[in-house]
Ligand binder design. Structure first.
Ligand SMILES: [Zn+2]
Length: 307
């Protein structure tokens, strides 16, 4: 029942938009506070909202630019491409067609970019996931790139840094996708034995199979503000336990309070803070040297750590 009755007919209701229509490309509306933001302002703020600090999702290459010392990144393992071992077809299309569409849209071969760089002057081997490529899903290519980044870190005594941005395992690759969880976890255990540190960075979202493997195995686990961090989705958990979930459930702030992650860092401070932490590991292990062995890098405890 409506509270008000219109006496005259024929009057059209128009809903006035809150903001005028904005030309596409120049402005972006903040998903959180709704503020219209100039693209250049967003770029200057590393795609975070200057009003409410909302962190927008960014492609892997953009994130690498934010995280690593300028000009230090060298890509590796760039030619890995997924096969179609299960000849999988989802409700709409075949897996190879879906891959081709994602490759066309993103200009990337799969959902992860890996390579070596420095952060705060400390040598790292890193793998950065790309949510814009099939939801950042982890198939055999993503798993292999993360695995090789860990192996490179072990062999060259570089700290390993993995940035997650993912909905989880890639269903189109079935069990081959799930076995990446075990493969990467085993390598991380070996990395730990080698006394080389692993830093896991969680951006929005970092969920499911990836969180249940390498993303949660960091010596240091850092999340961006309000990033979704969880295994099963909130709806599934609500249905399973038959109870309402607390506010902010599975957000970075919630999992920090529960002790699941170590720290929340704003994207604009990420390079500096990760660099500081790596510097601590670097100095306390004489440049990630094996026990009793000489430092593998030209180690100078007083050397400036910025490149
Ligand atoms: Zn905002």
């Amino acid at each position: 029942m409506s509270w008000l009755k219109r006496e005259r007919t024929g009057i059209k209701t128009t809903t006035k938009p809150d903001r005028p229509e904005l030309p596409e490309g120049l402005w972006t509306k903040c998903d959180d506070c709704g503020e219209a933001l100039f693209q250049t302002v967003l770029e200057d703020n590393l795609w975070t909202c200057p009003h409410c600090s909302h962190h927008f999702r960014v492609p892997a290459r953009t994130y690498i630019g934010y995280l690593t010392d300028e000009g230090s990144f060298r890509e590796r393992h760039a030619n890995l491409v997924a096969g179609d071992p299960l000849e999988f077809r989802d409700a709409k299309m075949k897996y190879p067609d879906r891959l081709a569409a994602a490759q066309r849209d993103t200009g990337e071969k799969d959902a992860c970019i890996s390579g070596v760089a420095t952060i705060g002057g400390v040598p790292v081997s890193l793998a950065v996931m790309n949510f814009f490529f099939m939801g950042g899903s982890m198939g055999s290519v993503v798993g292999e790139k993360v695995a090789r980044a860990i192996e490179d870190g072990m062999r060259e005594r570089r700290a390993v840094v993995v940035v997650s941005a993912t909905g989880g395992a890639r269903m189109q690759e079935g069990i081959l996708s799930l076995m990446q969880m075990a493969k990467t976890s085993v390598l991380l255990a070996q990395l730990r034995e080698q006394r080389v540190p692993f830093v896991s960075l969680l951006t929005d979202p970092s969920t499911a199979g990836v969180l249940a493997s390498y993303a949660s195995l960091g010596d240091l686990i850092i999340a961006e503000p309000k990033a979704l961090v969880g295994f099963a989705g909130a709806r599934v958990i609500r249905q399973t336990i038959g109870e309402d979930l607390p506010p902010g459930f599975q957000r970075a702030e919630f999992v920090l309070e529960k002790g699941f992650i170590d720290r929340i860092v704003h994207r604009k401070q990420m390079r500096e803070q990760v660099g500081q932490s790596l510097g601590f590991f670097w100095h306390s292990t004489r440049g990630f040297a094996p026990e009793g062995a000489p430092s593998p890098h030209a180690y100078d405890p007083n050397a400036p750590r910025s490149s």
